[in-house]
Ligand binder design. Structure first.
Ligand SMILES: Cc1cc2nc3c(=O)[nH]c(=O)nc-3n(C[C@H](O)[C@H](O)[C@H](O)COP(=O)(O)OP(=O)(O)OC[C@H]3O[C@@H](n4cnc5c(N)ncnc54)[C@H](O)[C@@H]3O)c2cc1C
Length: 304
C-alpha cells in the first residue's frame, strides 16, 4: 500500500484542506485515545465519500467510516489506511413539514435542536447522544425508550462496491444497537426522518429532563465512549459490573466510572491498551461471577 500515491489521488478528487496525514485519533474520539490514522478524509458530500472509497478500493487500501467518534476506540498503533470522518463537514439538514432530511455527519444534538425549533417531537431522547445521524443509524442509537428506528424512514447508502441505493427503514434491519449497515459494511450518506407536530414547550421540558438525568447519572466530566457494553438480555451491564465489585477498577489510566459502572472513563492518560485490558478483566469477572457474557458496544479498530 503506497500511502503517498493514495494521498496524491485523493487530492485530485477532494480539496486538500479536507485531507490530513498522520492524524492523531485522540483529537477525533470522545475517549481522547488513539494512535495516528495514515490518512483522514473529511468529506463534505456523498460524491467525495464515493471518490475516497473508490481510490481505497483500487489501491487495496483499508478504509473506515466514522461519524463523531463517540463509540469508537482506536488502538495505540493507529489505523493503517484511510479514515473517512463525516462529522466535520457533512452537516447539511433541512426541515420540511414533518420531514427532516440530513447528511450523515450532522450531530444528533444539532438535529434535535433544529426540530424542536420547528415544533416537531420524536427526537427528544437524542439531544444528549453525542454522535452523528449516520452513526446513530449504524448503531440504531437510542435512550430513554426512544431510538432512531422510531423516526427514520429511509437512508441513502453506498455498498462496498460503490453502488448507491436508498434503503427503507425495514431494509435497514434496525435492532438493539445493530443494523444492516454494520453487518454489510455500508456507508450512510443521508437520511429522511418523519416526526410529529408537538408542543414546543413540552418538547423542551422533556429535553431538559433528559439532560438533567444524564448529568446526574453519567460521568460527563471525563472522556468516555458512553456505555462500554451492550445491555445483556434480562440484565443491566452497569449493575452486573458494580455487583462484581468492579466500581472504580483501574488498568493504567482507564477506570470503571464510580458514577456509572457501565462507563469506562479515561482519567487522563489512558492508552487504548489500558481500556482493552480493563474490558477483558470486566468480561472475565462478570462471566465468572454471574455466567453472563458481556458484549462490547464500543467499536475497536486499528493496530495494537
Ligand atoms: C457521553 C456519551 C453518552 C452516550 N450516550 C448514548 C446513548 O444514550 N445512547 C446511545 O445509543 N449511544 C450513546 N453513546 C454512544 C454514541 O454516541 C452512539 O453510539 C452514536 O450513535 C455514535 O455515533 P458517532 O457518529 O459518534 O459514531 P462513531 O463512534 O464515529 O462510529 C460508531 C459506529 O458507527 C459507524 N458509522 C458512523 N458513521 C457512519 C456512516 N455514515 N455510515 C456507516 N457507518 C457509520 C462506524 O463505522 C462505527 O461502526 C454515548 C456516547 C458518549 C460518549
Amino acid at each position: 500500500m503506497d500511502i503517498g500515491l493514495i494521498h496524491h489521488q485523493l487530492k485530485e478528487q477532494i480539496p486538500h484542506q479536507y485531507i490530513r496525514l498522520g492524524e492523531s485519533m485522540k483529537e477525533h474520539t470522545s475517549f481522547r485515545i488513539g494512535g495516528p490514522a495514515d490518512i483522514m478524509v473529511l468529506p463534505d458530500s456523498a460524491r467525495q465519500i464515493v471518490a475516497a472509497v473508490e481510490i481505497c478500493r483500487k489501491n487495496n487500501c483499508p478504509y473506515y467510516i466514522m461519524g463523531n467518534g463517540t463509540n469508537l476506540l482506536v488502538l495505540d498503533g493507529g489505523y493503517r489506511g484511510v479514515i473517512i470522518k463525516t462529522a466535520a463537514n457533512m452537516k447539511d439538514c433541512k426541515v420540511e413539514g414533518e420531514w427532516v432530511y440530513g447528511q450523515s455527519g450532522i450531530l444528533l444534538s444539532t438535529l434535535s435542536k433544529l426540530v424542536t425549533e420547528a415544533g416537531l417531537e420524536g427526537l427528544e431522547y437524542a439531544s444528549g447522544i453525542p454522535g452523528t445521524l449516520g452513526g446513530a443509524v449504524a448503531m440504531n442509537a437510542g435512550a430513554y425508550g426512544g431510538e432512531i428506528k422510531d423516526s427514520l424512514e429511509w437512508a441513502r447508502v453506498m455498498n462496498p462496491d460503490g453502488d448507491i441505493k436508498t434503503y427503507t427503514k425495514q431494509q435497514l434491519e434496525l435492532g438493539y444497537r445493530t443494523s444492516i449497515i454494520q453487518r454489510e459494511g455500508l456507508v450512510v450518506l443521508d437520511c429522511g426522518l418523519k416526526l410529529r407536530r408537538g408542543n414546543r414547550e413540552a418538547i423542551e421540558a422533556k429535553i431538559n429532563e433528559y439532560t438533567r438525568m444524564r448529568k446526574e447519572k453519567q460521568p460527563l466530566d471525563l472522556p468516555s465512549a458512553g456505555s462500554t457494553f451492550k445491555r445483556p438480555k434480562g440484565y443491566y451491564a452497569g449493575k452486573l459490573i458494580e455487583d462484581a465489585g468492579l466500581k472504580g477498577a483501574r488498568v493504567g489510566g482507564a477506570m470503571v466510572s464510580e458514577k456509572h459502572c457501565g462507563f469506562i472513563v479515561n482519567t487522563g492518560n489512558a492508552t487504548a491498551g489500558d481500556v482493552v485490558a480493563l474490558i477483558n478483566h470486566i468480561k472475565k469477572q462478570v462471566k465468572e461471577k454471574f455466567g453472563v457474557e458481556l458484549q462490547p458496544e464500543v467499536k475497536v479498530i486499528g493496530e495494537p
